[in-house]
Design a protein around this ligand. Structure first.
Ligand SMILES: *[C@@H]1O[C@H](CO)[C@@H](O)[C@H](O)[C@H]1NC(C)=O
Ligand SMILES: *[C@@H]1O[C@H](CO)[C@@H](O)[C@H](O)[C@H]1NC(C)=O
Ligand SMILES: *[C@@H]1O[C@H](CO)[C@@H](O)[C@H](O)[C@H]1NC(C)=O
Ligand SMILES: *[C@@H]1O[C@H](CO)[C@@H](O)[C@H](O)[C@H]1NC(C)=O
Ligand SMILES: *[C@@H]1O[C@H](CO)[C@@H](O)[C@H](O)[C@H]1NC(C)=O
Length: 398
């Protein structure tokens, strides 16, 4: 019965693509992942931009094993009360390949709920074991459907053929976890790859650093969240998280080696302030080399998307035409950058700071915060906003 629903979903997706005048669909593709952790079977991750049905399609084939991973991440923060946020991660990843996983299940979903009163509830939902715990990802040119079946969580994304903007919806109903809810993200920013927002650039790489693929489908979104949780995490009383006008985000990560093998330090985040939104992902690997991936947009239009590779002896920051980052800082209480551009033959600058205001999740070497943003331009205009940031710091590779 459930499988029939999945097939039906795929068929609906193709119809949508044709109605929107999208490219004639070669077919939809459905991939089913069993909740079995395979050891040593050969896995290939696609890091080039040569073929894809859509930006968000699965990149690890045939399926992640114990040493590889793939996950779809969604989050939203309420700028009117930074205490309120939600993060939902759909994993195909074992905890050996993705160390912040708390379970050894391949198919699982994490939901970190952060309520208005400042309390937090990290909900981990494992799929049933083996053949009973499947996840199915169905893709067509302008849609994706991810169904983590026995966890009660699923997401759909529909992409506009007109401008590439998307609408994502996450639905969760897991009576065992006492969790129900939806998160709706209407994208406001241009999707991008690590080094470019030109998705048709066939020679562009999907690598945020060697062996880690990253695609950012929704760098900024208007978010609506409605969740209710009633479990031991809330003292068996019902707590709700409900906001509109949130700042949302969705990206997709994958790798063909365990994360801690390719990453020593990881700084990522996204924020919106005034007409601007920003996304950054800076990774330093064990040999001191690194890559800084960056996007800035204004009123939903791309201004500056690029990456810079650096090594321990040179700290090159992203530069793209008239735009450059002249300084960046990662401190105990904040992350910030100074961005410069040449406009009308004069240099203008803005200094962006996101403060680690509320810890939303922390697990072994990973921490995430929602943050208030204060950005001051050279002409003393101050923008206030909000965002989300995450760090991983590994002490040793294995
Ligand atoms: C993975 O999860 C299992 C089950 O919870 C646990 O026993 C094991 O120690 C975890 N491994 C790592 C590397 O975290
Ligand atoms: C956020 O949580 C803190 C800690 O519980 C609380 O003191 C504060 O009043 C909350 N903020 C809002 C706007 O409710
Ligand atoms: C995007 O990349 C393609 C392939 O390299 C190129 O033909 C096209 O002009 C680029 N588009 C823009 C807007 O730069
Ligand atoms: C919350 O769960 C408790 C314990 O299972 C139950 O007694 C209570 O009725 C539930 N509350 C709501 C509003 O569903
Ligand atoms: C590191 O950067 C310096 C300065 O740009 C460059 O000369 C050197 O070749 C780089 N080394 C490696 C190993 O990439």
């Amino acid at each position: 019965m459930k499988l029939f629903g999945i097939l039906l979903g795929a068929i609906t997706g193709i119809t949508t693509a044709q109605e929107l005048g999208g490219p004639a669909s070669p077919a939809s593709q459905a991939t089913t992942y069993l909740n079995l952790v395979r050891v040593g079977n050969k896995v290939t991750a696609q890091f080039d931009n040569s073929f894809k049905l859509l930006l968000d399609n699965p990149y690890v084939r045939p399926a992640p094993n114990r040493d590889s991973f793939e996950y779809w991440g969604f989050d939203a923060v309420n700028p009117n009360n930074i205490n309120e946020s939600v993060v939902v991660m759909f994993y195909l990843a074992h905890n050996l390949s993705l160390p912040h996983r708390t379970t050894a299940s391949l198919v699982s979903v994490d939901v970190w709920l952060n309520f208005g009163d400042g309390t937090s509830a990290p909900v981990v939902m494992d799929a049933q074991p083996d053949f009973r715990g499947i996840a199915t990802v169905t893709i067509a040119p302008l849609m994706i459907l991810g169904d983590w079946d026995s966890t009660g969580a699923a997401f759909t994304g529909t992409i506009s053929a007109m401008d590439g903007r998307s609408l994502y919806e996450i639905n969760i109903d897991n009576p065992e976890a006492g969790l129900r809810g939806t998160l709706r993200l209407q994208s406001e920013g241009p999707p991008h790859l690590p080094c470019t927002s030109n998705l048709t650039k066939t020679d562009a790489s999907l690598e945020a650093i060697s062996h880690v693929g990253w695609t950012n489908e929704v760098p900024d979104a208007d978010a609506v969240a409605t969740f209710s949780l009633n479990s031991s995490l809330t003292g068996n009383v019902e707590k709700t998280l409900q906001f509109t006008g949130g700042f949302g985000y969705h990206d997709h990560l994958f790798g063909d080696v365990p994360l801690r093998k390719s990453v020593k330090d990881w700084y990522s985040g996204h924020a919106r302030f005034g007409p601007y939104s920003v996304v950054w992902l800076k990774i330093i690997s064990w040999d001191g080399k690194g890559q800084f991936n960056f996007q800035l947009s204004r009123n939903g239009r791309d201004l500056f998307t690029t990456c810079s590779k650096f090594n321990s002896s040179s700290a090159t920051l992203p530069t793209d035409g008239d735009w450059k980052i002249v300084n960046d800082w990662y401190e105990a209480d904040k992350v910030g950058m100074e961005i410069q551009t040449v406009e009308l033959d004069r240099v203008s600058a803005m200094t962006f700071n996101i403060y680690k205001t509320k810890l939303v999740a922390s697990n072994k070497e990973m921490s995430a915060w929602t943050g208030n943003v204060v950005t001051v331009t050279e002409t003393e205009v101050t923008y206030r906003g909000a965002g989300m940031l995450m760090q991983h710091h590994f002490e040793r590779p294995e």
